[in-house]
Each structure stands twice: as structure tokens, then as C-alpha cells.
Design a protein around this ligand. Sequence first.
Ligand code: LLP
Length: 431
Amino acid sequence: MAATTAFSDLRHEIAGVPILDIARRFGTPTFIYESALIQQRIDDLRAFDTIRYAQKANSNLAVLDLVRRHGVLVDAVSAGEIGRARAAGYVPAGDPPPIVYTADIFDHESLDLVVEQGIHVNCGSPDMIAQYGERAPGREITLRINPGFGHGHSQKTNTGGEQSKHGIWHDQVGDCLALAARHGLKIAGLHMHIGSGTDLEHLSQVCGALERVALTIGTTITTISAGGGLPTPYRTTDQTVDIAAYYELWDATRRRLQAAFGHPVRLEIEPGRYLVAESGYLVAEIRAVKRMGSNTFYLLDAGFNNLARPILYGAYHPMSIAPADGATDRDRQAVVVGGPLCESGDIFTQTDGGVVGSRMLPIAKVGDFLVIERAGAYGFTMGSNYNSKPMAAEVMIDPNGNTHLVRSRQTFEDLIRGESIPAVDAKSPSL
Ligand code: LLP
């Protein structure tokens, strides 16, 4: 079993670049991504035939381009994510398919796009099979199956079982085969994703479930996908997953299917968090330090509009202080860390259910920086413009220590783009 990770709560640089320089050049709040770490995580998974990046975790074009250049293919869950993949240089079709559209529905735009561009579809509902078959008979599809169980780091990220809307229920496979046959669609593969931030024990149960369904479908199957869900260590005590052991389980499943079918079966993995979480840091400035009864608050210029994981799931992120005076030693105190938003839940140190907690952190003052770490997955992509806050800037640090602004901070003009005030009619001046 792999080791745990140590964090330091006083930090002066990220990938060799001083945090004070980053803050001065790009302002705050800003997401910083260390590209070398993404490359390392990709290399961890090289045993799988195909690594397919679940871009919902972080779909910045620079991240997509980076993973593409390292041979990683991509998953898309919307027309917008297909567009991003194309903008980052992925071609629409090929073998294996460079882009796979995985969802439980098609909106009209995504259906038009996959039909027109020949993008592979992984169907998560019988209705998708029917709608795709009508428009593109004769093509290959894969099926996302809900095996009847699931597990995630939070109930909100559990994507299996009958409480989940995801995938095709495992006992409806026969009906789906008939539906596909009616439209001449060939079921070329199977996919299961039981949840995000799960553990090896639950992930391992998927192999057997997928194997059973694959044997029911038979020899048209040439691809199996283990889905995503690999956890990332957020706490010092979190264990990292034994990737070699996980691969062995899937490879054994694949080999049994190959023996049963008499032809090769390609094994895919579809990680989001695992590839990018550790690479990301959200750098914010402390703008107020205030006491409320027995609690001391550090209030940042970043809030849940930038990183929603704590308010949504009670998620824990490591934090560190970058002192503006470069101090290398500071006493610690218990603090509550919050953001600027006009909402009580705008607290980064909360646990599930919105319980406000505290964290031991170096004593800090206004003008110091606070770094929220392991924020590369589901950070920026889940951001919003709540309270009319612009989306943060994003910066990538390359393996040579060069910084690249890969998304500029939104401007006020960006915030109001597309809005208009109706012309006032002289006869009915009030709307
Ligand atoms: N494949 C499918 C079909 C998925 O639905 C997901 C995640 C993934 C792959 C990638 O899962 P990962 O390897 O990242 O665990 N916002 C939540 C996570 C939601 C995940 C949604 N689907 C969070 O911040 O924890």
C-alpha cells in the first residue's frame, strides 16, 4: 500500500516559483497548476491501454492540450466539453475514439454534434440509444451500466445504485440490446463508473459486475472501461491507491473476456480527480482577520464561487500560509477560514452538513496569502459568478519553472456580457 503525504502549512513557493511573485503578477484569487505533477499522475496509469481524461475535473484548454500531448484521450459530457476537446486539438473520430460523449441524456445541441462529427457515444439511458439510433443508424456505441451499487467520498458523488440517475440499470441490458438492434447499432463496449473519490474495495467490485454484463452481450464487446473514481490524498492520513493492484484486477477481467470472446479487449480508465487534483493550488489574499467570540476568522478574497467543494460536500483541503514578509517561522492558532461572499456558508473549514470547524494554521495578518491546496480537480470548473464575482485567473507552471497565464481573470464586461435592459415603452413605462 502506498505511503501517506506530508503537507507544510507555511509555504513560500509553488514548483519553485515564489507565491509573492505569483500574487503580484497575476493578482488573487488565482489557480496555479503544476504541469509536472499532471504528467506524473498520467505516467502512474500507463499500464492501461487507454487513459481517458474526465475533463469535468478541469477543462482549461492548457490542461487538455497537456494531457493530449501525453497520449491521453478525453471524455466529454456536454456539447461545450466536446468543443473544448476540439479546441485543444483532439480530432473527433478514430480508433480508439479520441473523444467519447458520456451522459444520461442528449440535449439537442449535443445530439447534433455527435451525429455530425462522428463522435463516439457512451449511452447512459435507453432513450439515448433510441434517439441516437434514429439519427445515426449503423454506428457503434458503448453502454454505461449502473451495476446496482455505488460509492463515493460523499453521497452526492455516489453514481451507482437505485438512488442514482446514472447509467442503464443492469437488468435492462436485454431490452437495450433489442433497442440497439432495431436501429442497427453495434454495442462495442461497456463502461461502469460507480462514484467519485471511492476506494479500492468498492472499485474492485466493479470488475465482476462488468464481466457478467459483458458475457451477456457477447462478442461484439471490444472495449471495457473501468470508469474514474480513483481517490486523491487530501489529508495527511489518506492512503494513496495501489494502482498496480487495481490494474491487475482489471487486467485479469479483461483476459477472461478475451478468452471467452476469442479476440482482444481494450481496457480503458477514465480518471478526472486523480490526474489533476494534486497539481492545483488556489492562491488567495487574507483581507480581514477578525474575532467572533472565541473564533478567529481569516477572510479571503476567494470564496465558494471559486472552490465549492467544502460547501457542497464538507470537503477537506490542505491549507498553507504564504507570509507577505517571507517569515519562515510563525506560531499556530486555530482559525476559521472563510471567503468574501454574502452567505454564511462561505466557509472553507466546514464539515459535512455545514458544521463550521477550525484549522490550526500559522498566525497571519491582512496582506498575507493563504493557499488552498489540492484544488486542481473540481475547483475552477465548479466556480460561479455568485455575488457578481469574476471567475479567477488560472496559471500553469511548466516543468522548467516558467509561468503561463492560461486564463485571464474575468472582467466586469465579461460579467454582464449578453445582458440587456429592455427599452422603456413610453405608453407602459413600468415593465
Ligand atoms: N467518469 C464519469 C462517467 C464520471 O461521472 C466522473 C465524475 C468521472 C469519470 C471522473 O471521476 P473522478 O475520477 O474525478 O472521481 N464534483 C465532485 C466530483 C463529481 C464527479 C462527477 N463525475 C467533487 O468535487 O468531488
